[in-house]
Ligand binder design. Structure first.
Ligand code: ADP
Length: 486
């Protein structure tokens, strides 16, 4: 086993406590897996409203740390509470920074003072390690909300013995949210630094800061790591990322097998394993019944998605049209999604027009999604860009063969003709050709042996968090070597 590493893990989202997307999944799963590898990992996040309520009602075993913190800021010291418990199903300590005026609000993000909220949290999280008399070897910071910690460590923190020479890893989950804010934030944090080219006069860009200050940087797939270094994919930070290109890596997220397991998933009509693929048919029938579609053996194409520009819905409309008009034989289409009104109305109209063959469920239904993954034959994910993507991983694990655009994490996880079907160009034509290839193989061989092989390859692929955690362990070791510690 590798040497145990002391990791301070900073994330604004940690499932099950707070989650809006993939960041929350990573925050909930990766620390547990690192712990299982023998590392001393401790997680810190803000105490949002539900955490304050959880403390009051005795939920999650939350305890308030006596004395709390007196957080040293540029403007003086401010008090903060600290709540603690362990990540469910593990002995990983998780600490919550409590400051009612900043975090006791209904939402996680979206406030005008977000930069101050997360700067306070970041600085308090570092100070907590002093209060605990625990010096981490490395700080693993996620997305812009935690970048103030890296800026402070690289500047004022270098003068504080406890923090001198700490290694750090900055993980980019969503390059679109960069945390731009006026320069005064650095007075608040009590640090002095030079402006970066990306920041412009009088402005701070915390995403850029994270990339600039961290010992190493990674994102959630190798292909996305390359894409964000291009002008098209770089959200105006591609120059900075290219400047650091030797230090920018990609690690695909894992799938939480405790949550996603077709052999035990109670949300399915019928559980199944890789050796019992015939049992999937009961899920297809249950889904057809749920969606008001006739029971048919024709291939069923499924989609579960946020209805967002990112997800490729404009090229999907045309492909649905061809599928519904039997351009590749009979087929059914079920989509579960919610989001932008223009896509909702497009899908509702198509479903109305093709009723009896297509259903559109335009809401967020976590209990229905597994029936699509476990019942549909083909799963489509034609994303314009996709940092990692979870849908295709769940689909593969549930024997639903994915047809995906080869971008970001989709390119890294779906192998054409081995575990699914991929296409390159962002166009309805390319999407249709890939779907047509899938439908051809589904229809052509009567005993379905080739299809079964695709399903089995997907179901037995190693999509585990263990594999991802070994990648992170490697990056930690490189970062420690670089920082000269350990
Ligand atoms: P993103 O995080 O960009 O939305 P991912 O593929 O990484 O995309 O994750 C999407 C997750 O959200 C999957 O677990 C998917 O099943 C789930 N999901 C998306 N839309 C819905 C919906 N309308 N109902 C239920 N689950 C959904």
């Amino acid at each position: 086993m590798a040497n145990p590493i002391k990791i301070l893990f900073l994330s604004a989202e940690v499932a099950t406590f707070a989650k809006t997307g993939g960041l929350g999944d990573v925050g909930g799963s990766l620390p547990k897996t690192l712990r299982a590898l023998g590392h001393d990992v401790r997680v810190v996040m803000p105490a949002y409203q539900n955490i304050e309520q959880g403390l009051a009602s005795g939920r999650w075993g939350l305890q308030a740390m006596p004395g709390g913190l007196s957080v040293p800021l540029g403007i003086g010291r401010l008090p903060a509470g600290v709540f603690e418990t362990t990540l469910p199903g593990s002995d990983v300590p998780i600490y919550f920074i409590a400051e009612q005026s900043l975090f006791n609000r209904p939402e996680i993000y979206g406030y005008r003072d977000d930069a101050y909220r997360f700067s306070f949290y970041s600085r308090a999280a570092l100070d907590l390690t002093v209060a605990l008399d625990w010096r981490p070897d490395l700080v693993h910071a996620h997305d812009w909300h935690t970048a103030p910690a890296l800026t402070w460590l690289a500047t004022t923190g270098q003068g504080v013995e406890h923090f001198q020479g700490l290694a750090s890893l900055f993980t980019i989950h969503n390059l679109a949210h960069q945390g731009r804010t006026p320069w005064e934030i650095f007075n608040y944090l009590g640090l002095w630094t030079n402006a970066l080219v990306e920041e412009g006069y009088g402005a701070v860009n915390f995403m850029a800061r994270g990339i600039y200050h961290a010992t190493l940087v990674n994102t959630v797939s190798p292909t996305y790591a390359r894409e964000i270094m291009t002008r098209d994919g770089g959200a105006d930070l591609d120059g900075l990322l290219r400047f650091r290109h030797y230090d920018v890596h990609g690690i695909v997220n894992g799938l939480d097998y405790d949550v996603w397991n077709p052999a035990t998933d109670e949300r399915l009509a019928q559980t199944f394993t890789v050796d019992e693929l015939d049992r999937r048919l009961a899920n297809k029938h249950a889904l057809q019944e749920w969606a008001g579609l006739p029971q048919s053996d024709a291939p069923m194409v499924g989609m579960v998605t946020r209805l967002d520009w990112q997800k490729g819905l404009d090229i999907t409309g045309h492909v649905i049209h061809r599928l519904m008009n039997n351009f590749a034989g009979e087929g059914q289409f079920v989509v579960l999604g919610s989001g932008a009104p223009e896509y909702e109305s497009m899908l509702a109209r198509l479903a109305h027009y093709h009723s009896g063959k297509m259903a559109a469920i335009l809401s967020y239904e976590p209990n229905l999604a597994p029936l699509i993954y476990g019942g549909a034959d083909i799963f489509v994910m034609p994303s314009r860009f996709e940092p990692c993507g979870l849908g295709q991983l769940i689909a593969m694990h549930y024997g639903c063969v994915p047809v995906v655009r080869a971008t970001g994490g989709l390119a890294d996880t779906v192998q054409d003709m081995v575990t699914g079907f991929t296409f390159d160009d962002y166009s309805a034509e390319a999407f249709w050709r890939a779907l047509e290839r899938a439908l051809y193989i589904y229809n052509v061989d009567q005993d379905q042996e080739s299809w079964r092989a695709l399903q089995r390859n997907g179901m037995t692929a190693n999509l585990s968090w263990e594999r991802s955690a070994l990648g992170y362990q490697q990056l930690y070791e490189w970062a420690l070597a670089r920082a000269g510690g350990h």
